[in-house]
Design a protein. Structure first.
Length: 293
């Protein structure tokens, strides 16, 4: 009893020190004392030691899940690469690939990427999750930007068209890629898309977004809004070259994500080539998604 009175007196002193004017309510039947936003609940029986539970604020009721949940400004960080199914003989005969004289013909080895430095960054402006059944089955969709950085191992350069750099008698009317005469310390192609992904989603624990298993699968539709190359060498310094490079304007991809607790992984794969010409590269990416939308 003395412990109970001491605890009550201490709380009253603390309460007064904050200059609050909340009322005090005592429920003798339930052994409950309410001091404004502080609730003291005494539990126990004659056979066991008395216990006191102190709750700050009013007890919160379980919130009902909303049928439509909206998240804004979230991020993906991952690695990018592609599968190469190019017919190099056909691409070379169409002057889409130009090899430097004295070097071997451009082939698949020249389009190998630096896997650890080829990246994918997605910035999603808004994402929504629509309840379909029991908040476990949902429809998810978003709007944002996909940015792919393809880092080359070889000294390839992109041109929008013009004279062959090694034969000025040949004027090429379309975009082409050629083996450059300088050695690049950095050489990459950057593509940027405005993208809408649409996925069906399953959540094993709809009450808490950071618990249970989260699975999603669907497709995405993107439109190319920018592309450029960025090169760095001792001979030319830093260079940026913006252009179309005969890239496919529309991007279709299969997309998916898996989350366990607060850890979420995403993946994308495009069965359609990155280019409109004879070059045939199917891009893909995998990485971390910093959201449970």
């Amino acid at each position: 009893m003395k412990k109970t009175l001491s605890a009550i007196a201490l709380l009253c002193i603390c309460h007064s020190s904050f200059a609050q004017k909340d009322s005090i309510f005592v429920n003798r039947d339930k052994d409950t004392i309410s001091l404004g936003g502080i609730i003291i609940l005494k539990k126990g029986n004659p056979e066991e030691k008395n216990r006191i539970t102190v709750t700050l604020g009013k007890p919160q009721k379980n919130r009902k899940n909303s049928n439509l949940t909206t998240h804004s400004l979230f991020l993906d960080l991952g690695f990018a690469n592609w599968t190469d199914n190019t017919d190099y003989q056909s691409a070379t005969s169409n002057s889409e690939l130009i090899s430097r004289p004295g070097s071997s013909a451009i082939g698949s080895k020249d389009f190998k990427l630096r896997a650890g430095k080829s990246s994918n960054v997605n910035i999603w402006l808004i994402g929504q999750r629509l309840n379909l059944a029991n908040h476990q089955f949902n429809l998810k969709y978003a709007l944002g930007f996909e940015i792919f950085n393809y880092r080359f191992k070889s000294n390839l350069s992109f041109s929008e068209g013009g004279f062959n750099p090694y034969d000025h008698n040949q004027d090429i009317a379309h975009a082409f890629i050629y083996t450059d005469s300088v050695s690049f310390s950095k050489n990459k192609l950057v593509t940027k898309y405005l993208t809408i992904p649409v996925m069906l989603n399953f959540r094993s624990n709809p009450e808490y977004s950071n618990r249970g298993v989260n699975l999603s699968a669907g497709v995405s539709f993107g439109y190319l809004i920018g592309s450029r190359t960025k090169q760095k060498s001792s001979e030319r310094g830093k260079q940026k070259n913006r252009g179309d490079f005969d890239l496919e304007r529309w991007k279709f991809a299969y997309v998916g994500e898996i989350g366990i607790g607060s850890i979420n992984l995403y993946g994308t794969y495009s069965p359609k080539s990155l280019f409109r010409n004879e070059l045939n590269f199917q891009p893909y990416a995998i990485g971390l998604r910093f959201s449970n939308w």
